[in-house]
Design a protein around this ligand. Structure first.
Ligand SMILES: NC(=O)c1ccc[n+]([C@@H]2O[C@H](COP(=O)([O-])OP(=O)(O)OC[C@H]3O[C@@H](n4cnc5c(N)ncnc54)[C@H](O)[C@@H]3O)[C@@H](O)[C@H]2O)c1
Length: 260
């Protein structure tokens, strides 16, 4: 796999103040991308860290549910960096609530950030990406967008993002823009904090025998942004240690201690 980068290419990462988004931003800057970090909280400390390490980075306040803020950030990125070639729709929230415990307010909030956000982002960024010669959009979904998952707001939002990816891929191909989705399994970040029991129990269904590291997701994001994936669009890549493909029988065999 190649994630070759032409020097001076520009990527915008949402949710870049912490968690996996900060990791993507650091790694992409290290690989030669100019990085615009956007978050509803201050991403400047991560941008400063990148600049101190010799990279090029700017930070931008952005609530992804607000289209006007998207337009301002895209204009600022165009002025500061001179173009846009990559977008990582990474910002997202999770509410682990069972179906009957999910209030309409929680449902709307999760759908707004996880689905409306990438929709606004794709519409706001696509014209600048087209005018920059094309590019790549990576939508961070989840394995909860590939299987039935107990928390309806999160699962539905991540299935929707998978659909948004394929819909946008069809239309934006004409502008030289590729759109793909990444489906991480369980990755140790603040998103999973306070769920130790849930995580420990879930590991029993992961053939790899552990949760994922953020850098293992970053590697796939980087590949999809780079020229090594130039003929991929509308695709989905699962990064889960085998949970979706083999989790059920892995756990069953484990419980039977290998005897059939
Ligand atoms: N951690 C996991 O196990 C896991 C698994 C599958 C998918 N994911 C997905 O990966 C992405 C990143 O997850 P993470 O674990 O790094 O989460 P995280 O909670 O550690 O970080 C999320 C970031 O998004 C930002 N954010 C939240 N709401 C925002 C908004 N309205 N506008 C702009 N920024 C906002 C937060 O400030 C934070 O910096 C999410 O989309 C998540 O659903 C995570």
């Amino acid at each position: 796999m190649s994630d070759q980068v032409h020097p001076g290419r520009v990527v915008l990462v949402t949710g870049a103040a912490g968690g996996m988004g900060a990791g993507h931003a650091r790694a992409l800057a290290g690989a030669g991308w100019r990085v615009a970090l956007a978050d509803v909280v201050d991403a400047e400390p991560v941008a400063e860290e990148i600049r101190a390490a010799g990279g090029v980075a700017t930070s931008h306040r952005l609530d992804v549910v607000d289209r006007a803020q998207w337009d301002d950030v895209v204009a600022a990125v165009g002025e500061t960096h001179g173009g846009l070639h990559g977008l990582v729709n990474n910002a997202g929230i999770s509410r682990r609530l069972r179906f009957m415990d999910t209030t309409p307010e929680v449902w709307r909030q999760v759908m707004a950030i996880n689905v409306d956000g990438p929709f606004h982002g794709t519409q706001a960024c696509a014209p600048l990406m087209r005018d920059s010669g094309g590019g790549s959009i990576v939508n961070i979904s989840s394995i909860a967008g590939q299987i039935g998952y107990f928390s309806p707001s999160y699962s539905t939002s991540k299935w929707a993002l998978r659909g948004l990816t394929k819909s946008a891929a069809g239309e934006l191909a004409a502008w030289g823009i590729r759109v793909n989705s990444v489906h991480p399994g369980l990755v140790a970040t603040p998103l999973l904090s306070g769920s130790d029991g849930f995580v420990d129990s879930a590991v029993a269904s992961i053939p790899a025998g552990r949760t994922g590291r953020p850098d293992e997701v970053t590697a796939v994001v980087s590949f999809l942004l780079g020229d090594g994936s130039s003929y991929m669009t509308g695709a989905e890549l699962t990064v889960d240690g085998g949970l979706v493909s083999n989790g059920t029988y892995h756990r069953i065999l484990d419980e039977m201690e290998g005897s059939l």
